[in-house]
Design a protein. Structure first.
Length: 282
């Protein structure tokens, strides 16, 4: 099946105003159906990042607006299904951060959504005070920003506790890594910027195939508590006649980490996976 996704991190600003307006909301739902009909799609995904997020024009009204938007789209999909004799799925890209989850009425959203696509990656990055794991299956083994439940497992449990069904949950598999400048390991201070020196083709967030290409020149280590991998390098360059360290560390999921997350899905009777993004594969 093929479902298009509408929105995304860089295109979520229009959602709050549109979803709050009954006419605009209805037009959006109708256009979702037109898109499906035009291309023969099997469903549609709403990627609003995130309801109530003020940096993307979010407001306190977004909680209700999001539910109403899902309701409108679901109703129009069902109307289309009555004409075609086919069921059309509705999914949504969903957050793991507690502050974002709190802006979603989970029981209502779950009533309209066929699948819950949890974005279980980007838990840590250069915005974090110390180097952290991009997509930890379980919590990191230190405090501070590695707080309890800030992991794939923590996210899944939050959504189930809030009213989501395990059988509808898809966890996200990252086919990329997060690079940190001027660090060699996890839970270390870093340069505050992505490592664009080594990962210049990916702006510091390397695709998996680029990580694999450079692994022979890196020291790669399995981080057992999170079931993920990280790798570092010790590059020295001449800056003004002085040998200066410009190394960095990258957190990523290798084949073993992906298999661990697959096993987690099977053991917890989840629906499946989403991948961000499939072009990062070998």
């Amino acid at each position: 099946e093929i479902w298009p996704s509408i929105g995304g991190w860089s295109l979520s600003d229009p959602f709050p105003e549109m979803a709050k307006d009954p006419v605009a909301r209805e037009n959006f739902a109708k256009n979702c159906v037109l898109l499906i009909e035009a291309y023969g799609f099997d469903g549609i995904d709403i990627d609003w990042e995130y309801p109530g997020y003020d940096e993307h024009s979010g407001t306190p009204d977004d909680t209700e607006s999001y539910s109403l938007l899902l309701k409108a789209v679901r109703e129009h999909l069902d109307e289309l299904g009555e004409k075609t004799g086919k069921f059309y799925g509705l999914s949504s890209a969903l957050p793991c951060g507690t502050s974002h989850i709190e802006n979603i009425d989970i029981p209502t959203a779950a009533k309209y959504l066929t699948e819950l696509n949890l974005m279980t990656y980007d838990f840590f990055g250069t915005w974090s005070e110390t180097v952290g794991v991009n997509a930890p299956l379980y919590d990191q083994d230190w405090g501070g920003e590695g707080a309890k439940d800030f992991s794939v497992d923590g996210c899944v449990r939050k959504w189930i506790a809030g009213g989501g069904s395990a059988s509808a949950i898809n966890i996200g598999l990252p086919f990329y890594g997060r690079g940190f400048l001027k660090a060699k390991g996890l839970n270390e201070e870093h340069g505050g910027k992505p490592d664009k020196n080594l990962w210049y083709l990916d702006e510091g967030s390397p695709q998996y195939y680029n990580i694999v290409e450079k692994l022979p020149d890196l020291v790669s280590i399995r981080h057992e508590p999170t079931f993920t991998q990280y790798a570092y390098n010790d590059r020295m360059v001449d800056i003004g006649g002085i040998q200066t360290e410009v190394g960095g560390v990258v957190s990523y999921d290798d084949e073993e980490a992906i298999c661990d997350k697959t096993q987690y899905c099977l053991e917890h009777d989840l629906n499946g996976f989403i991948i961000w993004e499939v072009s990062g594969d070998l």
